[in-house]
Design a protein around this ligand. Sequence first.
Ligand code: AP5
Ligand code: MG
Length: 226
Amino acid sequence: MSNLKQGLFVVFTGAPGCGKGTQARILKERTHICHLSTGEMLRQFAEKDTPLGRSLKAALERGEFASDAMIIEMVKNRIAEPDCANGFILDGFPRTLPQAEVLEDMLAEQNVKLSAVLEIQVPDEIIMERILGRYACMQCGAGYHDKFQKTKIYGVCDVCGGTEFARRQDDNRGTVQNRLVNYRLLTYPTIPFFEARGLLKTVDGTGTIDAVSRKIEDVLGLRDDV
Ligand code: AP5
Ligand code: MG
C-alpha cells in the first residue's frame, strides 16, 4: 500500500519575469499551501551585512545563481517545516539539473510525489517590459507593475496600506539579460528532465494575470466551473 502524502505539490518554472511569483501568490491565496521562493530567500540573506550576505548581494546584482549546495540546504530545511506538509509551490527551484535530481530524491524520502511542474512560457520581448516595470510594497512585499498591475489608489498598497515601494536591484536591463542567458543555459535543461517523468505542463503566460491564473487552475484541476 502506498503511503504517499496527499496534497498539491507543484513547481513553477520559467524565465525571469514570466509570472512565477505573481501566480504563486494567487495560488497560495486560493489553496493556502506554502509558497517557497528561493529568490526571496536569497534576497533576505543578501540584506545581511555578513560575508555571505555581501557575496550573495553581488552575485544577484550580476544575475548569477547561488551555489546548488546552498540552495539545496535551504530548500531541504524549509520543506520539512509543518506548513509544507500538505502542499507547496516551489517558485524558482529547481533551477539547475543537479537541483532537480536532488529534489527528486528529497521528495522520495519524504513520501511526496510532485503533482506537476508548470512551465510558464512568455517571449523575451514581454519579459523585459514586465521586469523593468515591477515594484513591490516595502511593508508587505505585495507585487505591482507600472502598467499591468497598478495599486487601486496611487501610491498606496492594496494589501496593507503601505506607502513605500521598492524595485529589485537585479531588475535592470543588463542584469536581466544575464538572468535570461543563465535561464537558457542552466535552467532550461530541467524541462526535458521533468517532461521525461510525465510531470511537465506548459502554460501560455502571455494573457492577463487573471487569464493566466485561470489556465493554471485548469491545468491543476482546481476549477469547478469549466
Ligand atoms: P527569482 O526571484 O526567482 O527571480 P527570477 O526567476 O528571475 O524571476 P522573477 O522573480 O524576476 O520573475 P517572476 O517569474 O516571479 O515574475 P513576477 O511574477 O514577479 O530569483 C532571483 C535570483 O536569485 C536569480 O536570478 C538567481 O540569481 C537567484 N536564485 C533564485 N533561485 C535560485 C536557485 N534555485 N538556484 C540558484 N540561484 C537562484 O512578474 C514580473 C512582473 O510582471 C510583475 O511586475 C508582475 O506584476 C507582472 N506580471 C506578471 N504576470 C503578468 C501578466 N500575465 N500580465 C502582465 N503583467 C504580469
Ligand atoms: Mg519571482
